[in-house]
Design a protein around this ligand. Sequence first.
Ligand code: ACO
Length: 445
Amino acid sequence: MTPQGTATLALGDKNYSLPVFEGSEGEKAIDISTLRKQSGAVTLDYGYQNTGSCASTITYLDGEKGILRYRGYPVEELAAKSRFVEVAYLLINGKMPDAQEREEWSLLLNRHSMFHEDMRHFFYRFPDRAHPMAILSAMVVSLSAFYPELSQHRGDEGEEAINIAATRLLSKLRTIAAFSYKKSIGEPFVYPRHDLSYCANFLNMMFYSPVHPYEIDPVVVQALSVLLILHADHEQNCSTAAVRLVGSARVNLYAAVAAGICALWGPLHGGANQMAIEMLEEMMARGITPRQRIEQIKNSKGKDLLYGFGHRVYKHYDPRATVIKETCYRVLKALNIQDPLMDIALEMEDLALRDEFFISRNLYPNIDFYSGIILRAMGIPKNMFTVMFALGRLPGWIAHWKEAHEDPRFKLQRPRQVYVGPTLRHLEPGQCTTEPSHMPLARSR
Ligand code: ACO
């Protein structure tokens, strides 16, 4: 990137000149990386609300206009006209696959869908009530022990080794997710089948059982593909930023993605889909009306949240929520399901969008508000909702990890701080547990 101009920062009686870069959609960024060297000052930005950590070619997002594009393609178009595995290819490789690439990609995903048989035993050691996200992150980091080719990323592994690790992870995460569910319900594991597509295979591993054979419904397969596409990337969100940050220490892909899974689990991020459905269920069970619930949230002074609402970057409707809502209607109709939670959700949304509290704070439904309704219709249990999000987000995490490692400017990510603790002080005699004369001599190593 070449600077398109300069910005001048006045600090005290001095002016500092800083380069300004412009993105391909006209976004401006002031490069402050030399500011401390020039002036001794750092910038302070709680929650990185205004800080760009990299330049990226993967996803473009305009939160004010409600735009989301992967590699230039609108997410709505991808959701309507492509399959999840193609979108994963697009994100990771930068282009849509042609017919031959699609064929090879599917073959590779099939070839890598199993994991080392020893890893199967790990599942049995988790307690029955273990959250599947805990199992998922532990199993993903364990992959680095079984497939150590990328154990430390030194930058000289070659493209092929990285591509194999990426494909392996994409394919195995689906198997790990399904196995963790089977373990939680005490049913035997179902192995992946080479004749099934990515999404159909996952559904079969989740729901097939020798006593209840599972018929794969194309409506559910298509809805799952759409859901995963909508989750596939979202530029520098919390979990992707975690993958990049942890990856900046040059750990392997599996370890960096395990960190992303842990970040995603949080209720302010991907964990919101489980929280949103639990809220709707609780309202139904306890007879709380949408109006009462909205008032509780408003009166809680920020302690209680409407999960599935609000977003750091969308200050208008989340475009993914629009597609999810339409998909919800379609799936419920096709499966002939009348979900009372859908009616409660619609009423909550309607009330919130007309309420000054939500209007003044730009709080609109995000992707997590309606995704739980589709997942319920598919038969996915609540504690697997965030796992489904992780399956979808994986291509984005891989694409960002790869892009960062190919970028010659990728540095160890290490933010600064403003220290506001005590200034220099010394231990008083009464605070010392060891008299100075008895202290062991420091040994040099
Ligand atoms: N319900 C009620 N009030 C909310 C909500 C909500 N969902 N979200 C934000 N607010 C309020 C805050 O309390 C705050 O009010 P105040 O100005 O009176 O103090 C104001 O709106 C601004 O909120 P912030 O927390 O400062 O906004 P921020 O950008 O930091 O937060 C976030 C974004 C974390 C997503 C927030 O909207 C939230 O907690 N939403 C609920 C959880 C959720 O759905 N997360 C999923 C996000 S999408 C994703 O990660 C996939």
